[in-house]
Design a protein around this ligand. Structure first.
Ligand code: S3P
Length: 441
């Protein structure tokens, strides 16, 4: 079993063999820092004035890409295993980069950064890996152009590489065509630099880490129903941020705890922001045995310790407004559903098609290889539960969440599971195999 999937060892780990766990997963782990919040801590720390100290920062590849981009923009960022310290000088402290800004695999980095760069009077070029090259950028390019930024890119700004020449921005009122926290956040970042009040209308509430962080850095933002208002020209001040554990990473072990026989897992420091807890509602509806111990002290982002144990599960239907609250957890929910009694229907999740991979296709194709009864639909999938899974050669397709879902599947598969492109897991959970190993008894 691999002990650590870090950046130095990543290339040797492209193919790994995992075996069924017949004893159960037992013990306690502290899940790594939240990816969405880690990205934003660097971004706000960089545009604020003064020092920002971030603890429990996620040292995954995506967040390291964000640090690298802001360093290229002239921000002094110190980073070690314990903390990240950002020496912000305000937006006026950001400098025209001499190099291309490479976001790697990170959609959050490119879309939010485009929003920040739109309000700065210089030129920059943004690229990413082959997955980023397939992901839609029009969703941010359209509103940012409307605010006054000059953005170009392949196929008129549909895809990367993107070039941004920022300028004087006008505030806008923008109704999001898709429920996306990345698009909302890009507009809010641009709005902080625009003339007047920018209003964003969400079709469905999405994660609100950007809004919480504006307040944390001393800024003002307000919400009325599904409308969010931010005034341009605000000055933000550096602060201390303790990043809560990522519920999207915890999800893999929450599901493992439910489906691997004889398991009892305690997950410490899990972020419980209500815009992210859809997975817990689904687990509860399906009959999972969980206990919660909330940490009262957390106001900025609530957290709790969660204990989960092997459970009898039943199928469910997941769709509508809950989708943005669990969009990243759908791959692992699909695995959960293969072990439930009855049928699970996942619908209204078209957005899965434009994630790190087309997650309707990759979830369905890889789980089918393990013998699951799963069918793709136009906006989700239908899973008939209760089937025993068997080992096979499967592929993460370079998608961290597909890789982790398959690694958890290996724990219940009869026979060996060979996982190709396991290195993708380092994007959001470099210590994933260490934790899996620690829980295996
Ligand atoms: C994120 C928003 C979501 C999510 C992604 C992180 C964020 O993407 O899937 O992993 O940090 O704002 P969309 O905005 O595309 O829904």
């Amino acid at each position: 079993m691999i002990l650590r999937l870090d950046r130095t060892k990543v290339n040797q780990l492209n193919l790994i063999t995992l075996k069924q766990n017949t004893y159960g997963l037992k013990g306690e782990i502290t899940v790594p820092g939240d990816k969405s919040i880690s990205h934003r801590s660097i971004m706000f720390g960089s545009i604020a004035k003064g020092k920002t100290r971030v603890t429990n920062f996620l040292l995954g590849d995506d967040c390291l890409s964000t640090i690298s981009c802001f360093r290229k923009l002239g921000v002094l960022i110190e980073q070690n295993e314990e903390e990240v310290v950002i020496h912000g000088k305000g937006t006026e402290g950001l400098q025209e980069p001499k190099e291309i800004l490479d976001v790697g695999n990170s959609g959050t980095t490119i879309r939010l950064l485009a929003g920040i760069l739109s309000g700065l009077h210089f030129h920059s070029t943004l690229i990413g890996d082959s997955s980023i090259g397939k992901r839609p950028m029009t969703r941010v390019v359209t509103p940012l152009r409307e605010m006054g930024a000059k953005i170009d890119g392949r196929e008129d700004g549909k895809y990367t590489p993107l070039s941004v020449r920022g300028g004087d921005l006008q505030s806008i009122t923008y109704r999001l065509p898709v429920a996306s926290a990345q698009v909302k956040s890009a507009i809010l970042f641009a709005g902080l630099n625009a003339d007047g009040v920018t209003k964003v209308i969400e079709p469905v509430a999405t994660r609100d880490h950007t809004e919480r962080m504006i307040e944390r850095f001393g800024g003002e933002i307000s919400r009325q129903g599904n409308e969010i208002y931010v005034t341009g020209g605000q000055k933000l001040t550096g602060t201390d941020i303790h990043v809560p554990g990522d519920i999207s990473s915890a999800a893999f072990f929450l599901v493992a705890g439910c489906i691997v026989p004889n398991s009892y897992i305690t997950l410490k420091n899990v972020g419980l922001n209500p815009t992210r807890t859809g997975i817990l509602e689904v687990l509860q509806n399906m009959g999972a045995t969980m206990e919660f111990q909330k940490n009262d002290a957390d106001i900025f982002e609530p957290t709790a310790t969660i204990t989960v144990s092997t459970s009898d599960l039943k199928g469910t239907t997941i769709g509508g407004n809950i989708i943005p609250k669990l969009i990243d957890e759908i791959p692992i929910i699909a695995l959960l559903a293969t072990q439930a009694d009855g049928v699970t229907i996942i619908k209204d999740a078209h957005e899965l098609k434009v994630k790190e991979t087309n997650r309707i296709d990759t979830v369905v194709s890889e789980l089918k290889k393990l013998g699951a009864d799963i069918q793709a639909t136009d906006d989700g999938m239908i899973i008939k539960g209760g089937k025993k899974l068997t080992g096979a050669k499967v592929d993460s397709h370079g998608d961290h969440r597909i890789g982790m879902m398959l690694a958890i599947a290996s724990q219940i598969c009869e026979g060996e599971l060979i996982l190709e492109n396991a290195n993708a897991i380092a994007v959001s959970y470099p210590s994933f195999f260490l934790h899996l190993n620690n829980l295996a008894v």
